[in-house]
Design a protein around this ligand. Structure first.
Ligand code: RP5
Length: 340
């Protein structure tokens, strides 16, 4: 919930009041996004200047144990999440998974095992092929001298290190949201309890935690987001990695046609359970909508790569999805004035 009060922007959430800041001009202010009921980012553009308006918070990034491990996070009270809350003794466990520490191609040098290489990392910039800029509009993340590690822009998570994430700082993903209208046997679009038309999207079930999710994935170093969106969709929802060259060609043609027109619905931080104080997920989520249901509707779905299942999922506020995906889907329903 957002209220403008005597020139101050007051932001409240399910957790109650979060913060307020003076509005330095009379611009129309809009809060960008709500995430699991919590204001995640609130900046606005005033006379072409970005002004940070309020503190944000996360919830899934605070959960224990850390995914695929027995690692517990330091338990935080809501008011302890913000870096602005002074806490000199704060010293959470330091955890980086072995699969990251062994130094695969997708991982950064470790700050302890490979300090010399680590010091060469260029923060908040394009660092060779690796994009180290945050997707959060007008923002840069801090790299305090005290430990030389980037700070999660949303706040503390109760865990230092990289966990399962390869990159220090932002780890960029791309999330393709493929939608169509839900139709009955006669082809009539179905309506939800709200009286609005019901959308469906292609969802995958993640192998690592069985949660349903958008078939997104990491953007490779130097890869264009538009390419990553298609690649991840092909690999996860259509199993292109195991398709014959002939099948691959057919799939590529269909995906290329559908992915020609997309609408960005979200760009920024993801409240992912793998986030730590020093490594976090960010994404660009793009909606590809098949108005007639004639192109995507015909896709043969086939779970692949990291997916245990794939299906067309009916969209409503009752769906439970991985990380912040429910929020991205809600944004899609707003765009299409669909049932939520
Ligand atoms: C989420 O993790 C992103 O929104 C994206 O869907 C996903 C990428 O990670 P992997 O699926 O590659 O593990 O934060």
């Amino acid at each position: 919930m957002l209220r403008l009060f005597r020139g101050s922007l007051i932001v409240t959430s399910q957790l109650g009041f979060i913060s307020a800041a003076q509005v330095p001009c009379s611009a129309t202010v809009s809060v960008k996004r709500l995430l699991t009921g919590v204001i995640l980012c609130s900046q606005f553009l005033c006379q072409n200047t970005c002004v940070t308006m309020a503190t944000a918070t996360h919830s899934k990034a605070l959960t224990s144990p850390y995914p695929n491990s027995k690692q517990e996070r330091l338990k935080l009270k809501p008011e302890q999440v913000s870096w602005q809350t002074k806490w000199e003794e704060y010293n959470p466990p330091d955890f980086t998974a072995d699969k990251v520490l062994v130094g695969p191609v997708w991982a950064d040098p470790d700050d302890k095992k490979n300090a010399k290489e680590y010091k060469k990392i260029v923060w908040n910039k394009l660092d060779g092929k690796v994009n180290r800029q945050t997707y959060e509009k007008c923002k840069t993340y801090k790299v305090p001298e005290i430990d030389g590690r980037p700070s999660n822009p949303i706040g503390r998570t109760g865990l230092k290190g990289r966990g399962e994430l390869g990159k220090w700082g932002p780890n960029h993903a791309a999330d393709p949201i493929v939608t169509r209208w839900k139709r009955d046997a006669k082809g009539t679009i179905e309506q939800g309890k709200s009286g609005k038309k019901v959308l469906q999207f292609i969802a995958i079930q993640r192998k690592d935690n069985q949660e349903w999710a958008i078939p997104g994935g990491m953007v490779d170093a130097g890869e264009k987001v538009s390419v990553a969106l298609k690649r991840e969709f092909g690999e996860e929802a259509m199993n292109t990695l195991e398709a014959t060259p002939q099948e691959k060609k057919k799939i590529k043609k269909a995906v290329d046609a559908l992915f020609k027109v997309g609408h960005e619905v979200y760009r920024g931080y993801v409240d992912d359970p793998r986030n730590t104080d020093n490594s976090w997920m960010e994404t660009i989520a793009v909606n590809f909508h098949d108005v007639e249901g004639a192109s995507v509707g015909k896709f043969k779905l086939n779970a692949g790569d990291d997916a245990a299942g794939v299906k067309w999922m009916d969209i409503s506020s009752e769906i439970k999805l991985y990380a912040s995906h429910q929020h991205f889907i809600e944004e899609v329903t707003k765009r299409h004035e669909a049932h939520w």
